[in-house]
Design a protein around this ligand. Structure first.
Ligand SMILES: Cc1cc2nc3c(=O)[nH]c(=O)nc-3n(C[C@H](O)[C@H](O)[C@H](O)COP(=O)(O)OP(=O)(O)OC[C@H]3O[C@@H](n4cnc5c(N)ncnc54)[C@H](O)[C@@H]3O)c2cc1C
Length: 231
């Protein structure tokens, strides 16, 4: 993430930047109400910014589609603090898996990293997760490292559905080599603190419910995916 002031420093145009939340727009008076929602506050926390022309670019939200348990149990990945929280959770899973006399099935659960969403960010993140483990963590816990597993879940028939078949094939074969399991045609229905419950479409077209135990669950569906899934 590039700080906005850093970018503006190199521009000649007159741009004023306020770190604030736009809370209300008055279209008649052509005013945006802004509020300082940061931790440190001055005496003035709310004010107005007049405009001639208004551009709104507030980005997308993580989409949970109202699936029970997703918001409470998943990690999201939008901001730097999300990435830090994910890293902390990975290390916590690793240390708990390495705890003296840890139950064998619990080790497998804790070292199972599940990524939901086979779009570009999900694919990139699953690959990075495997690399992070292989390059950094493996040497710290050699005794349990073979049990570390990454699974990528996607509801559609392929990952990266917006890209060419060549790129999809390349991703699938690379993930196979790197032991990242791809579960396509798998629609998450419910999430608990330790499991993902999903409806999988079998090769013969029948559907069955599967339960996937996890240590870390990263949810990588953004709002724009809504249309994809509904179509
Ligand atoms: C993990 C990750 C990796 C990605 N990697 C790539 C990549 O490699 N290449 C690529 O092209 N794209 C990548 N993307 C996608 C890219 O980040 C987005 O497409 C892009 O940031 C969208 O820009 P935006 O300006 O529309 O929204 P955003 O970047 O989300 O910006 C919107 C801003 O509006 C602010 N905001 C929201 N509501 C208010 C309000 N009420 N008042 C004031 N401010 C508000 C938000 O805080 C935010 O800073 C990635 C995304 C993620 C999450």
């Amino acid at each position: 993430m590039e700080p906005v002031r850093q970018i503006l420093r190199h521009k000649n145009a007159a741009v004023k930047f306020y770190e604030a939340e736009a809370t209300k727009i008055d279209y008649e008076k052509k005013i945006v109400k802004i509020s300082d929602n940061s931790d440190i506050k001055g005496t003035i926390n709310e004010t107005e910014v007049p405009y001639d022309m208004l551009v709104i670019g507030v980005g997308a939200e993580n989409a949970t589609f109202g699936i029970p348990g997703v918001r409470e149990n998943s990690c999201f990945l939008k901001e730097i603090r999300d990435a830090q929280a994910i890293r902390t959770k990975i290390m916590d899973c690793v240390e708990t898996a390495a705890f003296k006399d840890q139950d064998s099935s619990e080790i497998d659960r804790l070292l199972h990293m599940v990524v939901v969403g086979g779009g570009p960010t999900g694919v990139e993140f699953a690959g990075e997760l495997r690399d992070f483990f292989d390059e950094d963590i493996k040497k710290l816990i050699p005794e349990i490292s073979p049990r570390f597993k990454v699974t990528l879940i996607e509801a559609l028939p392929t990952v990266l559905p917006m890209f060419s078949k060549q790129l999809i094939d390349y991703t699938e074969s690379t993930f196979k080599e790197e032991h990242i399991e791809i579960k396509t045609k798998t629609m998450v229905k419910r999430v608990t603190d330790k499991t993902v419950e999903a409806e999988a479409t079998n090769p013969d077209g029948t559907k069955s419910m599967i339960t996937i135990p996890y240590g870390l669950l990263v949810w990588l569906l953004a709002m724009h995916s809504v249309h994809w899934l509904r179509i």
